[in-house]
Design a protein around this ligand. Structure first.
Ligand SMILES: [Zn+2]
Ligand SMILES: [Zn+2]
Length: 261
């Protein structure tokens, strides 16, 4: 099956029985232990699961779902099966099934469903992103912006949610000014920042009069555009960590914030 086929909308299984019942045999209720297909979310009781899923070459998928991409809501459960399956499969088989579920190609994120600065990633770029020292947490398909100078990362239209590794050439190289939908006329690395970020800058004592355009590097050193003079380091300021926590803004991972004090 080509990638294109498997990108078609994932099938959703339809429950015919009452709530909580096993999909094929209609037995049981919501208290009955069941295992779930990571593609279509069909639920199977212990008598049906082996027949429905066979040898599980891609983990917990019913036979028609093998080769299809998983439902993103199930990504966090990859490699984590029910107690019921643990009882049904021998230890070595269970380990193999769970290993295949996590590592097989069909269950990986699809690079081109992840946009960075308006451009879909290539397989290589996604690999770079996922294996960098500080990768995005819980990466899902979607539209993201990435400030590769500072490492700020967020969903398009929103404030930053994380500071990831800087300097990666992924997606489109230039950030879009309106990437985070800012409306403050204050810019960091060519992105108009959000009110929340402005509040943080004020809390830590960065002067924002005159609508400055700042350059902020990955260590938090900041300067005004066109002036070759570092004003200070945002992350080392008193209350920086506190302000970010209060405003739900990301603070850099300890290594980059504190190694160069
Ligand atoms: Zn299925
Ligand atoms: Zn059943």
């Amino acid at each position: 099956m080509s990638d294109e086929d498997s990108l078609a909308a994932a099938p959703r299984a339809e429950r015919r029985g009452k709530r909580g019942s096993c999909y094929p045999c209609l037995m049981g209720n919501r208290f009955t232990e069941k295992e779930v297909c990571v593609v279509c979310d069909a639920k199977y009781c212990s008598s049906c699961v082996r027949r429905a899923m066979g040898s599980m070459p891609e983990g917990r998928k019913c036979l028609p779902c093998i080769g299809l991409k998983i439902s993103e809501s199930n990504r966090k459960s990859l490699g984590k099966c029910s107690k019921m399956l643990k009882r049904l499969l021998a230890g070595s088989e269970l380990r193999k099934v769970m290993h295949d579920e996590v590592t097989c190609k069909a269950n990986q994120l699809y690079a081109r469903l992840i946009y960075v600065n308006g451009w879909p990633l290539s397989e290589n770029e996604l690999d770079k992103l996922q294996t960098c020292p500080n990768p995005p947490k819980k990466l899902k398909p979607g539209d993201y912006w990435y400030d590769k100078v500072s490492g700020h990362w967020g969903k398009v239209g929103e404030k930053p949610c994380q500071i990831i590794s800087p300097h990666m050439n992924i997606g489109a190289s230039a950030i879009i000014e309106q990437a985070s939908n800012g409306d403050t006329e204050i810019f960091i690395n060519n992105r108009e920042i959000t009110k929340t970020e402005l509040m943080m800058l004020k809390m830590v004592g960065v002067h924002c009069e005159g609508k400055p355009h700042f350059w902020v590097d990955a260590d938090g050193r900041y300067q005004e555009e066109g002036q070759n003079r570092i004003i200070g380091r945002i992350w080392n300021k008193k209350r920086a960590r506190f302000s970010c926590a209060v405003l739900s803004l990301p603070f850099p991972p300890t290594s980059s914030a504190e190694t160069h004090i």
